[in-house]
Design a protein around this ligand. Structure first.
Ligand SMILES: Cc1cc2nc3c(=O)[nH]c(=O)nc-3n(C[C@H](O)[C@H](O)[C@H](O)COP(=O)(O)O)c2cc1C
Length: 193
């Protein structure tokens, strides 16, 4: 049985993003649980806002194709995202939208998503840790055919939550985050075979 492959990324492009710290911390836990994890930064794949006319005339942008290939090459997704006004961030939704598009008429719909699994995390300087946004991320991924695991974790007061090495200081929060990442790795081991 080969190691399950997980694509990990944050729903924020900000250089000092707490969610980038969080997803890297969780990626280490998924690796420790036996998964092969690729961490990508959406900042490295800038995309225009989805526009149907642009798609008709030019097709999917190069970075959209690169991300779609990455999504297709992995069995599951580990996503840490802030909430913006209680919902999904624009950069995450736009990425998910471009990756959802078919490149040819005979390509099966939602090929980058169907039959995959995901675990969700969030971090925010606020008291709820971005938890409300995950409700929407969960629904969107679920509607695209991704099995989103029940285990998730939100990191409140994110500006105080990490030490200089990028580790979560609070033991309980760290356990929740590593638990969600480990669940994804374990689930994929059974799911992918
Ligand atoms: C447009 C916008 C809306 C936001 N809305 C929320 C919100 O609803 N809840 C929340 O906890 N934080 C909210 N924030 C604050 C973000 O959680 C904070 O900027 C966080 O650091 C972003 O995540 P990052 O550090 O990974 O970039 C918002 C920030 C922006 C820019």
């Amino acid at each position: 049985m080969s190691a399950p492959k997980i694509l990990a990324f944050a729903g924020s492009t900000r250089t000092a993003s707490f969610n980038k710290l969080l997803v890297r911390f969780a990626a280490d836990a998924a690796r420790a649980a036996g998964a092969e994890v690729t961490v990508v930064d959406l900042r490295d794949y800038p995309l225009p806002l989805f526009d149907g006319d642009m798609e008709d005339h030019e097709g999917i942008p190069e970075n959209g194709k690169k991300l779609k290939t990455l999504f297709r090459e992995h069995d599951g997704f580990l996503i840490a995202s802030p909430e913006y006004n209680s919902s999904i961030t624009a950069v995450l939704k736009n990425t998910l939208d471009w990756v959802s598009r078919s490149e040819t008429d005979d390509e099966p719909a939602l090929i980058a998503y169907r039959g995959k699994a995901a675990a969700l995390l969030s971090a925010s300087p606020g008291a709820l840790g971005g938890l409300r946004g995950l409700v929407h991320v969960r629904a969107i991924l679920g509607n695209m055919g991704v099995v989103v695991l029940p285990e998730q974790a939100a990191v409140p007061k994110a500006h105080e939550a990490f030490d200089v090495g990028g580790r979560l200081k609070d033991e309980r929060t760290a356990r929740q985050v590593t638990g969600a990442a480990k669940s994804l790795a374990e689930f994929l081991k059974k799911f992918v075979g």
